[in-house]
Design a protein around this ligand. Structure first.
Ligand SMILES: [Ca+2]
Length: 468
């Protein structure tokens, strides 16, 4: 007598399991159990061979790009490590996570958030981390079977600590040898060990490299790839942060973070610094290569989804600014994003649509047949992996908070529109068809009033409220 077990209990059981982030296998699709290798790179803007830079040497990331889809217009949601990574790993915009600095831990306010690696962990994957996936002292033990550490006590640095950090950050250094003692080399070595250890299980492995974050330290052999005299300076290079005419003052902080802090950048010093950034990118690329070689040697290539991303963009002298803090310009918000997804049958493809790092959570869940939790704010990129030119209605959003100044920007394939106050009286509008360097603000031009109105309406759709 089966009547005691009516079929309607199955959906209830399914809903209960889904509420826990568990995808019951009886209801899941027949998707194969792909592994996930998530490679995070700190402060990497798309300064890579596969993104058209003919000077930089990044052979390993370039070969990864040839295997999948390269996103030409991918954007972070906040130009700073912790807010950007928290957004990606929880699948929500920074104004929803309420993490808008490098101090706050998302579980302080939302203790039950199901993170991206945690979703995989709950569904039978082993999850492991090496290097920087969350930010600094903020790790998230519930996300990881291995590598997760309790969150340490966090507090803002004292003025003395801040000065010491700035001195250590604002420099470059060429070191002897292969860099075996440097964090990224050790991170790759650990990733190789973890691949060996978990090669027979479905795994989600996060590998986080910290170069090219400052200080720009890398082995000498990578500096030797570049002649400092040949390093390109941007067209709007200036010794100090310099507002273009007709731009709201809020758009550019007067003070740099990370590099050229409270000092002028001469063209010679700027070229040396850009060379050091390139050297760090090439060093990091070599470590990516070691991990990819191991993955292939273990025969995991066809069973592993690989994502590589930069956590935000970076100014290398554009508008006289260095690093990323509080900038909503293209160079601070645009990131490299590569996705290699076996089974989507796309190789060496370029996607021109505007996509966001917050999209990665639903994307990886769908690729692996896992039911994501409710409340995610990104869009699955799977349609674009199948057809990189398919239609796509979603623009990209980035926000930044500096004191009481809350800036928001929206990017479509052609335009960027930014507001620095709720009324929109301090605004920027750039037409990337004619002005990829964002040097001519069209927000006040009568000829662009209709475009501005459309972009303003898009900005209003950002699912978030300004922080209180
Ligand atoms: Ca970063």
């Amino acid at each position: 007598m089966n009547r005691q077990f009516p079929m309607c209990t199955l959906p209830k059981r399914r809903d209960f399991l889904l509420s826990l982030g568990v995808t019951p296998s009886i209801f899941s699709t027949a998707a194969p159990r792909f592994n996930v290798l998530l490679i995070a790179v700190d402060d990497l803007r798309p300064e890579l061979g596969c993104y058209g830079n003919t000077l930089i040497r990044t052979p390993n990331i370039d070969r990864l790009a040839r295997r999948g889809v390269r996103f030409e217009r991918a954007y972070c949601q906040y130009p700073l490590c912790n807010p950007s990574r928290t957004s990606l790993l929880t699948g929500r915009y920074p104004t929803t996570t309420r993490v808008l600095d490098n101090i706050r831990y998302f579980r302080d306010e939302f203790p039950d958030r199901l993170t991206l690696p945690q979703l995989f962990r709950r569904n039978g994957y082993v999850t492991a981390r090496t290097g920087k996936i969350y930010h600094g002292v903020i790790d998230d033990a519930p996300s990881w079977d291995e590598g997760g550490e309790p969150v340490l006590r966090r507090q803002a640095p004292s003025p003395e600590q801040r000065a010491r950090q700035a001195r250590n950050s604002d420099r470059w250094e060429a070191t002897p040898g292969e860099g075996e003692d440097q964090p990224d080399f050790r991170t790759a070595t650990r990733a190789i060990e973890l691949l060996e250890k978990y090669k027979d299980r479905p795994f989600f492995l996060g590998v986080g490299f910290v170069k090219p974050h400052s200080p720009l330290v890398a082995p000498r052999k990578y500096f030797d790839l570049y002649d400092p005299a040949r390093m390109p300076l941007p067209a709007d290079f200036a010794p100090r942060p310099t507002l273009p005419p007709g731009v709201p003052a809020a758009a550019l902080p007067e003070r740099n973070g990370d590099l050229f802090i409270d000092r002028e950048a001469t063209p010679e010093a700027a070229r040396e610094m850009i060379r050091a950034y390139y050297a760090c990118v090439s060093f990091m690329d070599a470590q990516v290569g070691r991990v990819l070689d191991k993955l292939e040697a273990l025969g995991l290539r066809e069973r592993t989804i690989i994502v590589l991303f930069g956590d935000h963009g970076y100014h290398l002298g554009e508008k006289g600014k260095w690093s990323k803090h509080n900038s909503l310009y293209e160079v601070a918000t645009r990131v490299p994003l590569l996705i290699v997804a076996p089974g989507t049958a796309r190789e060496n493809a370029v996607c021109p649509r505007t996509v966001e790092l917050v999209d990665l959570y639903p994307t990886l869940a769908e690729l692996c047949g896992l039911q994501p939790p409710s409340g995610l704010e990104g869009q699955s990129l799977v349609p674009l992996l199948r057809n990189p030119r398919s239609s796509w209605e979603h623009p990209a959003y980035t926000v930044t908070l500096r004191g009481k100044i809350f800036g928001r920007t929206v990017r479509t394939e052609r335009y960027r529109y930014t507001e620095w106050d709720p009324e929109g009286s301090q605004a920027e509008l750039y037409d990337h068809r004619d002005d990829p360097g964002e040097r001519r603000n069209l927000a006040a031009e009568a000829s662009h009033a209709a475009v501005r109105k459309q972009m303003r309406a898009l900005l209003a759709r950002l699912p978030a409220t300004p922080p209180s």
